[in-house]
Design a protein around this ligand. Structure first.
Ligand SMILES: CC(C)(COP(=O)(O)OP(=O)(O)OC[C@H]1O[C@@H](n2cnc3c(N)ncnc32)[C@H](O)[C@@H]1OP(=O)(O)O)[C@@H](O)C(=O)NCCC(=O)NCCS
Length: 198
């Protein structure tokens, strides 16, 4: 099932990108500043910003949403209507786990205004109420201090370090795991345990 929802926070809208978003998508990539650190990768996968590239991304996004491998929410600034970043649910595991990883990236010209925290609080609502997950996990490289500070600010719990868990920039790297469950936000989990295939 290809499902995304829309949520409005005080300054932002979270929703899936659609065909009408080509101009704001292109502008966001072309106006971001030079990368501020090695995780500042909003731009890196693109070579040019053609309409056909954009359509391809929308197709891939749709496929990834169907199998819940990557459910991407665009962050739109309500006032300016600009596309300022994205937050995502990644690798949803259903069955008796009902968990997913989360991702967040803001175009760097919008850092430092509290937009990312506001968007993540919206994503938690979507994750627990609409996608009916019970737990979300952020896996953060130990040197990504800005992101670690951010996860703590979001109220996420540090659970430990997974060793050599992800292949990034050519090396198997450790991730510090930060987690949150619906109970932490006093949201009653209303999902269903899906059958495991035997
Ligand atoms: C991690 C990332 C999303 C954080 O973005 P950010 O803009 O720094 O985060 P916030 O939304 O929390 O905003 C931070 C600052 O905005 C300031 N701010 C300004 N106006 C504000 C407002 N109206 N409300 C709240 N905060 C406000 C705050 O002082 C806050 O700093 P503080 O936490 O020290 O008090 C961003 O740095 C990023 O995209 N990094 C690259 C990608 C990345 O590392 N992703 C994670 C991989 S694991």
């Amino acid at each position: 099932m290809d499902t995304t929802y829309t949520i409005k926070t005080s300054r932002l809208i979270l929703r899936a990108l659609n065909e009408n978003d080509y101009d704001i998508w292109k502008e966001a990539h072309l106006t971001m500043l030079a990368p501020k650190n090695k995780w500042d990768v909003a731009n890196s996968q693109f070579t040019n910003f053609s309409k056909s590239d954009f359509k391809k991304i929308l197709r891939v996004n749709s496929l990834n949403r169907k199998n819940e491998s990557f459910i991407d929410y665009a962050i739109i600034d309500k006032k300016t209507k600009k596309y300022i970043g994205r937050v995502s649910l990644m690798n949803c595991i259903r069955s008796v786990t009902q968990s997913s990883f989360i991702g967040y990236v803001l175009f760097n010209n919008y850092w430092g205004h509290g937009f990312a925290a506001e968007a993540m609080n919206g994503l938690f609502q979507l994750a627990f109420k609409k996608h009916k997950l019970h737990r979300v996990v952020a896996g953060i490289e130990p040197e990504n201090l800005r992101s670690i500070k951010f996860a703590k600010k979001l109220g996420m719990r540090k659970e430990g370090v997974s060793k050599r868990v992800v292949l990034l920039r050519g090396q198997w790297r450790d991730l510090v795991q930060f987690a949150l469950t619906s109970d932490d936000l006093n949201i009653k989990w209303k999902g269903q345990i899906t059958q495991r295939r035997t």
